[in-house]
Ligand binder design. Structure first.
Ligand SMILES: *Cc1c(COP(=O)(O)O)cnc(C)c1O
Length: 388
């Protein structure tokens, strides 16, 4: 770590997260120095003599453009060590799963991000690990599966069912069983919850979503305060080669600058839309942790700052009606992914790998930062048009 980064990490302890997103990862305040970090395009770096871990040396080991983003992530997640940026969220997931010893046991939510589940299933088929899938909202059931486990995977809220895991209790139960705990914090972001403070060992992000925030970058990251784990993850990144491009990393840090504002807006709108959707006759069910009736509400209120900007609804009339709603929308964009400035909507079961426990008529809404009244007007007209 450079002097500048350790200074930033100390500084951050006194600053609110919505300040940190703006102030972290700046170059030193030298006269005429740029206020933003530059994009560095170089595949190799001057050096003589022995190369040790941590040396810049070569573009697969490190790039100066990564440093300010990795420091910013650490400050946001409350980590003692800089994060590690990866080529995608799934590259970060792959690195985290590599921490499981060969043939070890992974306990994972049945409604994890489908790419993470598919990767774990593929590793299980190859005999690289044993997979136990669980209802992550059921703390007793998860705890019962932890005997002999090597890793507990957490997602909260889950995708797309928005179930809430009891993060602190599960992390402590997993540690008692001798398992490492990894949390995919993509949905909540470090502004919504800090899993490391709740006892989680490693946090994984799809930076593609809220951190970058503009649907123009695919990127991932891992954050931990454990030096041994970080060192293993760094070796994995250097050897397996899923490294981030400097331009993408620069764009991601640029996106982080507005993350607090973006989420403040999209989260407020999501709460409003969830309540209105509950009242609409074409809607069978609404899942949003901010609704007092939601099964995850009390837990989310206790462990999160805000309830996020993702809503799941079930439309009356099954998959056909749900598809009709999507076709009738004019402002909402029919596309997968989430966490961008634009509002996106998708029927999740259109993905062949989506678990069958996700209802066919479930639409996932990623609420953006457009005018809330415009978003509601578009949803209302599309729901009414589809209500046959
Ligand atoms: C999108 C996503 C991922 C995968 O990230 P990519 O950047 O698409 O590789 C992992 N976890 C969650 C929760 C996601 O939403």
């Amino acid at each position: 770590m450079t002097d500048a980064s350790s200074r930033d990490l100390q500084h951050a302890a006194h600053l609110a997260p919505d300040t940190v997103v703006v102030s972290a990862g700046r170059p030193p305040r030298d006269h005429d120095a740029p206020v933003n970090p530059p994009v560095v395009l170089s595949s190799t770096f001057f050096g003589r003599g022995e190369v040790v871990q941590g040396d810049r040396a070569y573009g697969r080991y490190s790039n100066p453009t990564w440093d300010p983003f990795e420091e910013t992530l650490a400050e946001l997640e409350g980590a003692a060590l800089p994060g590690l940026v990866f080529a995608s969220g799934l590259a970060a997931v792959s690195a985290a799963l590599s921490l499981i010893p060969s043939g070890g046991v992974l306990v994972m939510p049945r409604h994890s991000y489908q790419g993470s589940l598919a990767m774990a299933e593929q590793m299980a088929e190859r005999g690289e690990l044993k997979l136990r899938t669980v209802d992550i909202a059921d703390t007793a059931a998860v705890t019962a599966q932890l005997g002999g486990a090597d890793m507990l995977w957490l997602e909260s809220p889950t995708n797309p069912m928005l179930e809430i895991a009891e993060v602190e209790a599960l992390a402590s139960a997993a540690h008692q069983a001798g398992a490492l705990v990894v949390a995919d914090n993509t949905f909540s972001t470090p502004l919504g919850q800090r899993p490391l403070a709740a006892g989680v060992d490693v946090v994984v992000h799809s930076v593609t979503k809220y951190l970058a925030g503009h649907s123009d970058v695919v990127l991932g990251a891992v954050v931990t305060s454990n030096e041994e784990l970080r060192s293993k993850l760094l070796v994995h990144r250097s050897l397996h080669g899923a490294i981030a491009g400097p331009f993408e990393t620069w764009l991601a840090l640029r996106g982080v600058r507005t993350m607090a504002l973006r989420i403040e807006r999209s989260q407020a709108t999501a709460g409003e839309l969830a309540r209105k959707l509950q009242q609409h006759p074409a809607v069978e069910a609404v899942r949003y942790p901010g609704l007092p009736e939601d099964p995850g509400h009390a837990r989310a209120a206790a462990q999160m700052d805000g309830f996020g900007s993702i809503i799941a609804i079930q439309v009356k009339g099954g998959a056909a009606a749900a598809d009709k709603v999507i076709d009738a929308l004019q402002l909402w964009l029919p596309a997968t992914s989430l966490g961008g400035v634009e509002s996106l909507i998708e029927r999740r079961r259109r993905h062949v790998n989506e678990p069958e426990s996700v209802p066919e008529n479930l639409l996932r809404l990623s609420v953006g930062i457009e005018n809330p009244a415009d978003l509601w007007a578009d949803l209302e007209q599309a729901l009414t048009a589809a209500d046959v």
